[in-house]
Design a protein around this ligand. Sequence first.
Ligand SMILES: *Cc1c(COP(=O)(O)O)cnc(C)c1O
Length: 426
Amino acid sequence: MSKQLFSKDDALQYDRQDPLARFREEFYLQPGKIYLDGNSLGLLSKRAEKSLLQALASWRENGIDGWTEGLHPWFYAAEKVGAMTAPLLGATPSEVIATGSTTSNLHQLMATFYKPVVGKSKVLADALNFPSDIYALQSQIALHDLDPHEHLIRVESRDGLTLSEEELIGAMSDDVAIAVLPSVLYRSGQLLDMERLTAAAHEKHIIIGFDVSHSIGAIPHELARWNVDFAFWCNYKYLNGGPGAVGGLFVHHKHLPQVPGLAGWFSSNKESQFDMSHHLTAAIDAGAFQMGTPHMLSMAPLIGSLELFQEATMPALRLKSLQLTRFMMDLIESELAGMDVTIANPTLDQKRGGHVSILHEEAVRIGKALKNRDVIPDFRPPNIIRLAPMALYTSFLDVFEAVHRLKEIMVNKEYTHFEKKRSVVS
Ligand SMILES: *Cc1c(COP(=O)(O)O)cnc(C)c1O
């Protein structure tokens, strides 16, 4: 390794050459802070603020008529945001809708696609998945009067951090009805090969869906071409939609039109919704998977935020994200050598998502020490610190500075000044 790679001048040089550098000014960066937690809650952009204020102005000025008038008529906003999201997923607008949350969308998709029969009744998931997804799968199994202990298969991890695609495929037995897997694992940042897993599932006549919460806005997808049956996600992580932003779901066009498992009046074909008939005429696109009135004020920021993704484009964002995380890993390996800090994410470009994970037995306290030094990471039990440089607003200099401060924390054992207890929200 050349010494130069790690100098501050190099970081500044990378920033000067960065074609996406201008997007940093679109965000409200916290003065003096290096924010590396955009994979948990992305920062507010000026565009997102603007589109939220436009929704409020429409309410103020139009009252009820805001549903069909104003800059972004509310009645069509979920479809509009869905259409703006579709390019990030390699989907057509009719396959995507902004609605619900990660968890409620998983419930909706399971209610629609999980049809257990004797001999084909199991749900395939993994032992590292986010708890909410597992709870949803368990309750969906129980709703069919089946025993979750018996019917939920969780493929184990050998190292506690990553999953083996071979083992996931090996677990796709004939009695599996549906598989729900992450695209990028929330802890280690491992990126699974969705195309390969989908092909393997379909060979066994298994419906397969992905939770893309940690890949949407971080990596490009080709969900339609890969033949993925469905996907769901939240919009407050990489997509910067704000706390509790409305989530999204994708249903492959081969499954459309489809009667939703959980219907409501917003499942309706828009032309006939206000006929107020007790017979549902469902929308013929992914809009059918909506239930009730959209949470407009939690959706409006997405309109502005997604403009930034349209302008920056996913391939360019992925390229920069890979460069940022590569730079961070190189710095950690050289600056923190011999300090028991291990990189937990896969290091190959095609195997890692948008964040770097480091392991240390003092992770809780190191996370606190970083915050104390104005570097914002997050902590995931038992021993992981996640550092997510965002292609839209993190600079190479930020990465350089963050690792530099981490090094000082380690050298001076600054973390020993903090309590070994995680905060309520970490
Ligand atoms: C963030 C995240 C969630 C959160 O679910 P909500 O319904 O939005 O609270 C669920 N699953 C995964 C994998 C996530 O990354």
